[in-house]
Design a protein around this ligand. Structure first.
Ligand SMILES: NC(=O)c1ccc[n+]([C@@H]2O[C@H](COP(=O)([O-])OP(=O)(O)OC[C@H]3O[C@@H](n4cnc5c(N)ncnc54)[C@H](O)[C@@H]3O)[C@@H](O)[C@H]2O)c1
Length: 251
């Protein structure tokens, strides 16, 4: 039997109670990794762990708000307490927020989105890298978006936050390039998850219509790329913005 891509590796996945995070937690386990499922939603997070275990994998849930430094520190501490190390992290938790033009965008909503989507990624990397520096390195993937690369209407906070994720990814990648810690970002196009279901139908349909491939992506299609980036197969890849978007950003 061939070894899994992440055999014996310990991985944290944030936002793993649903969507892309859940699909990636399941793929990591299929590839032999132990998965720490981190999310604000406890019931659905525990359900992800049950799915991992039903598939023959190993993992546990940690209730974590990624915008809270104490929670994030605990997430890493509990991982290391249980498994003695941390090899991989998928910092994926994110929120979309209201759809309004800049002139009408609420200041508090703007701050909340940046808190979760950028500060959350920063805090996760801060404590993950501290641990990875104490061992023999690691691999981190942060979730940006096609809206980390191009603009769009009525989602200024989200778009700013996802551009920011790419910036903080490049900074951390460069700082750690000689420490055997690789840091990359993934940019999904429109993917069938709760986040897209929450958008009014006419808007999500218009977004899917912009997909040259003619459909929305599936969470599993993003998970596939993330697992590769996390794995040693991507050993020469760091600071990359990896686009998995059905061609959304081609034109
Ligand atoms: N679905 C898409 O089309 C799409 C496209 C590009 C990027 N993304 C990004 O992919 C990531 C995953 O989103 P998804 O589409 O799977 O949506 P989703 O809503 O299914 O999953 C998001 C998860 O993040 C969790 N979460 C939210 N705030 C949190 C916090 N403060 N701390 C911890 N967990 C928190 C939610 O509980 C949920 O489980 C997000 O960063 C999103 O911005 C999604």
């Amino acid at each position: 039997m061939t070894e899994g891509l992440l055999e014996g590796k310990v991985a944290i996945v944030t936002g793993a109670s649903s969507g892309i995070g859940r699909a990636t937690a399941l793929r990591i386990a299929e590839e032999g990794g132990k998965v720490v499922v981190a999310d604000v939603l406890a019931d659905k997070g525990k359900e992800t762990v049950e799915m991992v275990v039903e598939n023959g994998g190993t993992g546990f849930f940690v209730e974590t708000d990624v915008s809270d430094s104490e929670d994030v520190r605990e997430m890493v501490r509990k991982t290391v307490d249980e498994y003695n190390r941390l090899d991989c992290a998928f910092n994926n938790a994110g929120i979309f927020g209201d759809m309004k033009p800049v002139a009408k965008y609420d200041e508090e909503d703007f701050s909340r989105i940046l808190d979760v989507n950028i500060k959350g990624v920063f805090l996760c990397m801060k404590y993950e890298i501290q641990q990875m520096l104490e061992q023999d390195g690691g691999s981190i993937v942060n979730t940006s978006s096609v809206w980390g690369l191009v603009g769009g209407e009525d989602s200024s906070a989200y778009i700013a936050s996802k551009h920011g994720v790419i910036g903080v990814t490049k900074a951390a990648a460069l700082e750690n390039a000689d420490t055997n810690i690789r840091v990359n970002a993934v940019c999904p196009g429109v993917v069938e998850t709760a986040m897209v279901e929450a958008i009014p139908d006419e808007i999500s349909e218009a977004l899917i219509a912009k997909e040259p491939i003619g459909r929305a992506g599936k969470p599993e299609e993003i998970a596939e790329a993330v697992v590769w980036l996390l794995s040693d197969r991507a050993s020469f890849v760091t600071g990359e913005t990896h686009v998995v978007d059905g061609g959304f950003t081609i034109s």
